[in-house]
Write a protein that binds this ligand. Structure first.
Ligand code: SF4
Ligand code: SF4
Length: 98
């Protein structure tokens, strides 16, 4: 805890993570321009998307893998790597690419 009004000499020497799990509060899904949409008929639950998603935001459901859109940044790796072409990247409503 940093004292209010603390001078620079009292600050920690570098950026620190003060407690575990703080990234959960940072909902990075708002950064997204494209959203992955899963075709549940095509998904074989091979887990490739789950393995490769850099955000760890693939969620296993009973019949397929879905995406936690609170954290998905829309990088498109899952759609690119899905061997069954079960994921399509769709432009988010209100987004545009010039
Ligand atoms: S990579 Fe494709 S087929 Fe495999 S679990 Fe993910 S969505 Fe389903
Ligand atoms: S688009 Fe990127 S961040 Fe979003 S689920 Fe796919 S791999 Fe993960």
């Amino acid at each position: 805890m940093i004292r209010e009004g603390a001078g620079f000499r009292e600050l920690p020497p570098a950026a620190i993570v003060p407690e575990p799990g703080t990234s959960l509060k940072n909902k990075t899904g708002s950064w997204r321009i494209f959203r992955p949409v899963v075709d549940r008929e095509k998904c074989s639950k091979c887990r490739i998307c789950w393995l490769l998603c850099p955000e760890g935001c693939k969620i296993e459901l009973e019949d397929c893998f879905e995406t936690d859109l609170d954290y998905c940044k829309g990088c498109g790796i899952c759609a690119q790597e899905c061997p069954y072409k079960a994921i399509e990247m769709v432009l988010e409503e209100g987004s545009s690419i010039a």
